[in-house]
Design a protein around this ligand. Structure first.
Ligand code: ATP
Length: 345
């Protein structure tokens, strides 16, 4: 039903008229039908990148935006045929749901019959048929966002661009809509670019994630690659929680204030080793443990306890452990680290 096109940015930088450099020269290729997530902290250039793709901004001289090989750099948004969805919905409050969805079709001067058919199709796709005649101010946030998606898709865009579409919603609704958007993008096979600062959302939705840092691309990869093989400390710290020990290598052993970690592949120059909470555990009874610390916080989460263990580092180690037993503040615990989870950056 949708036409999927590959999109690429070539050498796209953006300097605003006040001199703000929002984007350093960026090259990025998005495959047809792919969901690419732009992820990073506030101000890193995510929205600017999206606006360059949309045609709402022009790249600095020398930059090019290509849709399916066609150079669209000089084309304004209305000629690029993209659908956009924003955090703020941007719906017309004085129009009904159906009129909102038909808006782009009217601009394109489609016949009334065509408009009706397409609006019906979109209402069904988003499962909001019963809302067709409602006015926007009678809708919940989640319903508004479904209408915004329906409106964006009604024109059969060449790409769908989403800027923090779930940020304004409460946590539970965010989960539901994240699931719906994921199914929708898969079903439609449309090229989608999704901006978020929420790493859980990025990992759940992205075929690939672009992690941005101060107008630069810090890493591009599948969610699993970025999580398991972060290219830099910035990426490692931004995605998920990372445990860190500082010290030095002595042969196959990394020595640190809390003890040591044995690792045959340990680089001789390592000053810091990193590993995820899920590769950190409380040592089993009778297991020879080489790392010790004291419990600085224990949060009961029902099925598990989230433990913070002070091992003499700047930050406590974080781990999750079965809730079978209680942990007291200040209690000494022995830890083990799974070797396959160890990293040096
Ligand atoms: P957020 O999540 O807060 O929206 P972002 O990653 O989307 O952040 P951008 O909106 O792309 O970041 O902004 C990147 C930088 O460019 C910021 O420093 C921002 O202040 C600046 N900027 C954005 N738009 C303009 C503008 N029209 N004029 C001047 N500077 C701008």
């Amino acid at each position: 039903m949708m036409q999927a096109v590959p999109i690429s940015l070539e050498n796209c930088a953006k300097t605003f008229t006040d001199g703000t450099r929002a984007l350093e020269p960026v090259d990025l290729a998005i495959a047809a039908g792919e969901t690419l997530v732009l992820l990073g902290p506030s101000g890193c250039g995510k929205t600017t990148t999206l606006r360059l793709i949309a045609g709402l901004e022009q790249p600095d001289a020398g930059g090019r935006v290509l849709f399916g090989g066609e150079d669209v750099t000089a084309l304004p948004i209305e000629k690029r045929n993209v659908g956009m969805v924003f955090q703020s919905y941007a719906l017309f409050p004085n129009m009904s749901v159906a009129e909102n969805i038909a808006y782009g079709l009217r601009l394109r001067r489609q016949s009334a019959a065509e408009q009706r058919a397409r609006v019906g199709e979109m209402l069904a796709l988003m499962r909001i048929e019963r809302l067709a005649d409602r006015s926007i101010d009678q809708l919940s946030g989640g319903q508004r966002q479904r209408v915004a998606l329906a409106r964006a898709l009604a024109v059969r865009p060449r790409a769908l661009l989403l800027d923090e579409p779930l940020t304004a919603l409460d946590a539970k609704l965010r989960d539901t809509l994240r699931f719906e958007i994921d199914s929708l993008l898969r079903e439609l096979g449309i090229t989608a670019i999704y901006v978020t600062h929420d790493q859980a959302e990025a990992m759940a939705l992205g075929d690939r994630i672009v992690v941005m840092d101060h107008g630069r691309i810090a890493q591009v990869g599948a969610p699993r690659d970025i999580y398991q093989r972060p290219a830099s400390r910035y990426v490692a710290e931004f995605i998920g929680t990372m445990n860190r020990l500082s010290g030095h290598a002595e042969g196959e052993v990394f020595r640190c204030p809390g003890g040591y970690v044995a690792w045959p592949e340990l680089p001789a120059t390592a000053r810091e080793i990193l590993f995820r909470p899920e590769d950190t555990r409380i040592a089993a009874e009778g297991e020879a443990a080489s790392l010790h610390g004291t419990v600085s916080a224990a949060f009961f989460c029902g099925d598990h306890v989230r433990l913070f263990v002070d091992v003499g580092e700047e930050r406590p180690l974080v781990l999750e452990t079965p809730a079978r037993r209680e942990y007291r503040h200040g209690e000494t615990v022995a830890l083990a680290v799974e070797r396959h989870g160890l990293m040096v950056l």
